[in-house]
Design a protein around this ligand. Structure first.
Ligand SMILES: *[C@@H]1O[C@H](CO)[C@@H](O)[C@H](O)[C@H]1NC(C)=O
Ligand SMILES: *[C@@H]1O[C@H](CO)[C@@H](O)[C@H](O)[C@H]1NC(C)=O
Length: 591
């Protein structure tokens, strides 16, 4: 028997690790031993139920209720057939009076998680009821501070981000359209995550490759005798800059600087092209392959040919000074996944080494710098995008179709999202406080407009049971009442009311307090007793509910913890605590 067992484990592998299922063993197997299976799939469920001390069973979930059987000498395993709900069989093991079911089965059946880990010199099986983590927020929340737990976000690394646009420095989403589109929520989250990282991380290290001083001039390499670099005085910059002249052809080596740089991978260039010039970064992959990333004038987002990856930095970029910051590692990885989208092996996460930076065409350079990070630059790229692209309704229309439930809850391109409006407000508030530039404040103030228009009229406001205002992440008719999007919109309104002058504050303040009132009244409609609902479609449409998966469940908790700092109603903290318990299997008790 031992031999068979080992064989099976080897064949089925780690995923079929045998795992004891605590609550069953406790209530039945010990007492009834072999009668368990017969009893438990008896058609008369009530007779079975009576045998459970059901309160105990639920309250002890997640508690340390399991007592390991006493060591009863040599272990004797037997195979035993296990009939699942009277419907199908799986193979289990019996050891004394204990029954073991394959974990690969339990995992799917109960949506739980586990893996064999080796450390401290031995193997152990680590079981998890859920997979994501709750972050304890700081004691204080301010519209100038870290935004929730966003310092842990890496928006640009998400696979649904096609790349960071060369023209505007913001992420392009491919979640609902493969072509790629600007998604204001993603752009705001990108900005908020970089701002939060900026506050939390040490000052980045920088490496000046050239500025207007003499000392770097000898570093330039020229491809041919016709190419030139000279230090010249510049009126606009009020200092010396480098004037360069070489062919526009990106296939040429260009005028270049060489290096072996693995750590400082964020490039900032201040330059002015006098013709259709461009710059190129040579990158060595893990494999030793050399790739060239070209930043060329034009509106193409990204394209590739051979080992060349091109990012368009926009049209009409010449004859004016441009300041551009690129995370070369991100651009390189996105370039590879764009180029080899069908070959997972190549698109695995590469590291990168910059070996050269070169310029083509004619132009002026005032500054070329590599840094370990440039969070503030990315933050302002996102904030500036919001200012530039806000429409006269104060909104950021989302130009893709959204099928929340196909044919039932659909939004046509051009819809607004309360979550987008709110996250934008949170980002713009921080940009305003950091820079003191009122354009950010004005944009944030305009962003309240869609909150005052109902969803059916093209705005984002729903009204639940004719009593409660709710700001819709997806303003469908009937309403969908997505919880996390609503709370993000409230945090945006909160940030806005905190930073504005008393006379400007009225609308945001009213929208915030109405929204908070609705949230307090409706919050527990999302509580399933074992987790949370993502939205209220089961109520508004009379269909199957949409359970929040664990990462959304923890987002709900993180949001409530943040709200508990700015509002002292105990509902936020108490609910957050109970919802955190659900993540360890401590469910609400039943009748
Ligand atoms: C500028 O150069 C890029 C890259 O070589 C090319 O794709 C583009 O068509 C050129 N633009 C003009 C106006 O010639
Ligand atoms: C050059 O650019 C870097 C990065 O943007 C900046 O920190 C530095 O102050 C600039 N230097 C000059 C001389 O402008």
């Amino acid at each position: 028997m031992r031999v068979n067992f080992k064989l099976l484990v080897t064949v089925v592998g780690i995923s079929s690790f045998m795992f004891t299922i605590t609550w069953w063993s406790r209530c039945d197997i010990n007492k009834q031993d072999n009668n368990f299976f017969r009893e438990n799939h008896s058609p008369d469920r009530s007779s079975v139920t009576d045998e459970f001390d059901s309160k105990l069973r639920f309250q002890e979930r997640g508690a340390k209720s399991f007592q390991a059987p006493l060591d009863e000498g040599p272990i004797d395993y037997r195979e035993i057939e296990c009939l699942i709900n009277g419907e199908y069989n799986i193979k289990c093991r019996k050891e004394g009076s204990e029954v073991y079911m394959p974990f690969s089965f339990l995992q799917k059946y109960f949506e739980v998680y586990g893996s064999v880990e080796t450390y401290d010199g031995f193997e152990r099986f680590e079981f998890q009821h859920s997979y994501s983590s709750v972050y304890q927020p700081e004691d204080r929340y301010t519209p100038a501070g870290v935004f929730m737990f966003f310092e842990f976000y890496n928006v640009e690394e998400r696979t649904r981000v096609k790349c960071i646009s060369g023209a505007e420095g913001v992420p392009i989403s491919i979640q609902w359209s493969q072509e790629g589109y600007h998604y204001p929520i993603q752009i705001s989250q990108y900005g908020l995550s970089h701002y939060s990282k900026y506050l939390r991380e040490d000052t980045p290290q920088t490496l000046v490759l050239m500025d207007g001083s003499d000392q770097y001039m000898s570093h330039w390499m020229l491809p041919d005798s016709k190419s030139q670099v000279n230090l010249v005085k510049n009126e606009e910059k009020r200092r010396n800059v480098v004037e360069f002249s070489t062919t526009e052809k990106t296939s040429s080596a260009g005028i270049s600087l060489t290096m072996e740089e693995k750590k400082h991978l964020v490039l900032t260039v201040d330059c002015k092209f006098l013709n259709n010039g461009s710059f190129t970064v040579m990158v060595e992959a893990d494999t030793g392959d050399m790739y060239r990333l070209h930043y060329v004038q034009g509106n193409s987002l990204i394209y590739s040919s051979g080992k060349n990856i091109y990012y368009g930095i926009g049209r009409n970029k010449y004859k004016k000074w441009i300041h551009i910051t690129r995370n070369i590692l991100v651009d390189f990885r996105k370039g590879l996944s764009y180029k080899f989208s069908k070959n997972k092996k190549i698109t695995k996460k590469h590291s990168a080494k910059i070996t050269a930076i070169s310029f083509h065409g004619q132009g002026l350079l005032s500054n070329v710098t590599l840094a370990s990070a440039a969070h503030l630059e990315h933050f302002y790229d996102a904030a500036d995008w919001l200012v530039r692209h806000q429409d006269d309704q104060g909104g950021w229309p989302i130009m893709v179709k959204r099928n929340l439930i196909p044919n039932i809850l659909e939004l046509q391109p051009g819809w607004y999202s309360a979550m987008a409006q709110g996250q934008a407000m949170s980002l713009l508030a921080r940009a305003y406080l950091k820079s003191n530039d009122v354009k950010y404040l004005q944009s944030a103030l305009k962003a309240v407009k869609p909150f005052e228009v109902s969803s059916s009229q093209g705005g984002v406001k729903a009204r639940y049971a004719n009593s409660y205002d709710w700001y819709e992440e997806y303003p469908t008719t009937p309403g969908s009442y997505v919880l996390n999007g609503f709370i993000y919109s409230l945090l945006g309104l909160y940030d806005l009311k905190e930073i504005s002058q008393p006379e400007d504050r009225v609308t945001a303040e009213k929208l915030y307090s109405e929204g908070l009132k609705s949230l307090k009244a409706m919050l527990l409609m999302f509580d399933t007793g074992t987790g949370t609902f993502y939205d209220l479609r089961h109520i508004t449409l009379g269909i199957s509910p949409n359970r929040a998966r664990w990462d959304y469940h923890t987002t709900h908790i993180n949001q409530l913890l943040t709200l508990s700092i700015i509002d002292d109603d105990p509902i936020f903290l108490n609910t957050a605590k109970r919802w955190t318990d659900y993540m360890k299997g401590k469910w609400a008790s039943h009748n």
